[in-house]
Design a protein around this ligand. Structure first.
Ligand SMILES: C[S@@+](CC[C@H](N)C(=O)[O-])C[C@H]1O[C@@H](n2cnc3c(N)ncnc32)[C@H](O)[C@@H]1O
Length: 290
């Protein structure tokens, strides 16, 4: 709802309509119901984007009201699964924002080399393109055996695709360009075989990867990491939830561990900002110092 951020009322604009209030309450009830029935917590997601996605699901299910959607979702797990796909926004790409991988190679890899064994958490990994990209980078740096990737997402359906590692063939031209711009040192085509239904990436890339469901909004820390990459995930969260996730990451990082947020998110304005030093301003690479 577009109320002024400071909560003041513009005397020239009409009072907020009762319909809008009812809709807001209906959305809150739906999200509360989803949380209680399925444990997925969307209660602190940014409202504007949330409403667009609920509207899309209502259209597809041919429902006119949010309470109608609530009824369907609570009684039919298949509808919940479809809604989850709408809400969890899984857009991704291999070597997305290639300069991030250049910075990761230059700034983070030398630090990873200092450990006999290191763990990286890719939080919000979607269908796995980011995980395969990192796995390729680590292989090229000779670190595959010394670094284990933990790849998590709220959505089990995307994790299933991530485990398969088959990506659309028609994306390979774009991904090859990304790979080259990301500083790849081999021929990208060495990493996959073309099949009729897609590009099957080499199983050896993800042999040591742990794929697991984890909800950043409600699940706790589960290991200590030397690096955490969480890109294009927190943009969908409101400030309190972003803060919650920053606390979770801080708790999960070893001292001198790396927080990699990518171009769209930042640790600035967080009370935890002073716990990190900046390694790369543009790619938002931070190092935990306290
Ligand atoms: C836009 S994708 C980003 C994928 C990848 N990190 C990238 O940058 O290309 C966002 C991912 O965050 C996941 N996600 C959303 N809310 C989450 C939550 N509460 N806990 C864990 N993952 C979540 C979604 O399921 C989705 O796969």
């Amino acid at each position: 709802m577009d109320v002024p951020r400071d909560g003041s009322k513009d005397r020239l604009s009409p009072p907020r309509s009762g319909d809008e209030d009812v809709q807001r309450i209906e959305v809150e009830l739906l999200l509360e119901g989803i949380y209680r029935r399925y444990g997925f917590d969307f209660r602190e997601y940014a409202p504007a984007s949330l409403r667009r996605r609920l509207r899309r699901r209502m259209d597809s299910e041919q429902l006119d009201t949010i309470s109608g959607l609530q009824d369907r979702v609570l009684h039919d797990p298949a509808v919940m699964e479809r809604l989850l796909l709408d809400l969890s926004i899984n857009v991704t790409a291999m070597f997305r924002d290639p300069t991030f991988f250049v910075a990761f190679r230059e700034r983070v890899v030398p630090l990873l080399r200092t450990y006999p064994f290191a763990r990286i958490w890719v939080a919000g990994c979607s269908t796995g393109e980011e995980v395969y990209s990192l796995a390729i980078l680590l292989a090229e740096e000779g670190l595959s055996d010394r670094v284990r990737i933990y790849a998590t997402d709220i959505n089990e359906a995307v994790l299933e695709l991530a485990r398969l590692g088959v990506f659309p063939l028609d994306k390979m031209r774009e991904y090859t360009q990304n790979y080259i711009r990301a500083g790849g040192t081999s021929a990208f085509s060495e990493y996959y075989v073309a099949r009729y239904d897609g590009a099957q990436f080499s199983r050896s890339l993800v042999e040591g990867v742990v794929f697991a469901q984890h909800n950043l909004a409600s699940d706790s820390a589960f290991n200590e990491f030397h690096a955490i990459s969480c890109r294009n995930v927190m943009i969908y969260f409101d400030r309190p939830l972003q803060e919650h996730v920053h606390r979770l990451f801080h708790e999960s990082l070893a001292t001198f561990g790396i927080l990699a947020l990518g171009q769209k998110e930042t640790i600035r304005f967080s009370p935890l900002e002073s716990c990190y030093e900046e390694l790369d301003a543009a790619e938002r690479l931070y190092r935990k110092v306290r």
